[in-house]
Design a protein around this ligand. Structure first.
Ligand code: K1U
Ligand code: ZN
Length: 173
């Protein structure tokens, strides 16, 4: 099932999410719905609070080339266990802030540990777009958006645009 994606500003996008305490069928269904919602958007990642679920679950698939096999990933309770000192800059977007992009500097490589839907703990190192995306999604679980890395003027300008978009969407609903 495709779930509606919350648009900034929304108080749910500013909250810290609670850990997943058990891999239940509801968690499995949420992960399945989030992957469907992410591919439909389309996007390369999605965090649970973006669909109003205040739990530490994210999905991502940064394989952009349609000729290559997809690599859908589901992470429960992801934790960054190591970050590189070298950084990379990426022009980030967000499905909760449609059509707005800005350069964000983050560690170029990260190691992340998470619980899978099979109940097993995995640790993996990410680089390139995967590293950018997993950090962006973990930020969502902590109530942080990419615009929080920008100066107050840029952030306010984007927030005002989103408020206008939400008024228009509500009027046309
Ligand atoms: O979390 C989100 O809002 C999803 C977001 C993830 C992300 C994008 C860029 C840098 C870091 C994290 C998106 O997927 S925005 C859409 C997007 O980037 C994209 C859409 C279609 C094809 C390729 C990329
Ligand atoms: Zn986002």
């Amino acid at each position: 099932m495709i779930r509606p994606i919350l648009i900034h500003p929304d108080p749910r996008l500013k909250k810290t999410c609670a850990p997943v305490d058990a891999v239940t069928t509801d968690i499995g269904q949420l992960a399945e719905d989030m992957l469907a919602t992410m591919y439909d958007a389309p996007g390369i990642g999605l965090a649970a609070p973006q669909v109003g679920a205040m739990t530490r679950l994210l999905v991502m698939d940064c394989v952009k080339d349609p000729a290559k096999s997809p690599r859908p990933m589901v992470m429960l309770n992801p934790v960054v266990t190591w970050s590189s000192e070298d950084t990379s800059i990426y022009d980030e977007g967000c499905l909760s802030i449609p059509d707005q992009y800005a350069e964000v500097t983050r560690p170029a490589k990260v190691r992340v540990e998470w619980l899978g839907l099979d109940g097993k703990t995995t640790e993996e190192e990410f680089e390139g777009l995967w590293a950018t995306c997993v950090q962006h999604e973990i930020d969502h679980l902590n109530g942080k958006l990419f615009i929080d890395y920008l100066g107050p003027l840029k952030r306010q300008m984007i927030t005002r645009k989103m408020e206008k978009l939400k008024r228009e969407l509500a009027r046309n609903a």
